[in-house]
Design a protein around this ligand. Sequence first.
Ligand code: GMT
Length: 377
Amino acid sequence: MNIGIVCYPTFGGSGVLATELGKALADKGHNIHFITYQQPVRLTGFSANIFYHEVRVPTYPLFDFPPYETALASTMVDVIRNNHLDLLHVHYAIPHAAAAYMAKKILEQENIRIPVITTLHGTDITLVGKDKTYAPVVTFSINQSDAITAVSDNLREETFANFKIEKEIEVIHNFVDIKRFSKKPIDAFRKVIAPNGERILLHASNFRKIKRITDVIHIYANVRKEIPSKLLLVGDGPERPMAEELSRELDICDDVRFVGKQQDMEEIYVISDLFLLPSEYESFGLAALEAMAGGAPVVASNAGGLPEIIIPGKNGYMSNVGDVEGMSKQAISILKDDKTLASFKENAQTQALRFDISNIVPQYEELYEKVIAGVLA
Ligand code: GMT
């Protein structure tokens, strides 16, 4: 198949998922055309059947807000026309689903049919999308898609609860490529972070408010009182300065390392003993799944789709949003002895296997075939 993938090119979960999907489909022989404004961060190396089309947004003195959506729709039209795409798969509704609708309508005039699949990822529905500034366009363009998918049962329910959706929403969970995590932990790297064999706690995100970074710091501060440990914080975003300040105030900053955005996340996950994700909401929690694939159990909030991947007492624990004391106790109970930790680590990897790329990508291929055949339209 010739498939167009539209996504955000950044470190966020939807862009990561879309890029990994494209790479997996290319490995299976499909031609993949990424359409976005920057080379996606996970799109490294050369593949004969992966193409990247950059959306350029010309500036003009009149434009206080350069019209990205118009440039995107025009690029979509050009790429679809000239590369004979069979379908367009857009990740994150805003503004991708609306731009896809525009491209579809333009091409209809030339008798070119282009089915559109919209994958909903989370904040496009639960946060930004339901804001009334965007909601009418989001609702309309989702409904105009030939197929809609959501990354968890929870997000599917949230979408029906918040928007008037007239079509079925198929759940296709986030996935992880387990093979990427088969490397042995790099001992030297572990030693740099935890020179005296301390436990390593990890959090990775875009440091937005929704991630509750202060909870991460407070949970770690509690754990540190009981268990020799270090905290590794990966990523960057608006809450980082405040988190750095808090770790100084709590006098734990010698044991907390902010390493910023990182490319080779596998190497970090495999040296970690516990992943913390106390978010206000997570439609799925791709970072938690990747951590499990690397062998790290997860202590998280029970928000959104997290209960779909965390089995309490097996591969982690969950508490209510904001229950720092609860999550601290849970973390300590996992980390307290080697035997318990080893069993949680093993269970984490077993659970990640359920969401391996080999189980999930065929679900997208099946959907593509149906949409191309017009069975769902
Ligand atoms: O919150 C993020 O980390 C970024 C965000 C995005 O859209 O890029 O992630 C969302 O999509 C991921 C992939 O489907 C999900 O695993 C994340 O849970 C989801 N984030 C939220 O719902 C807050």
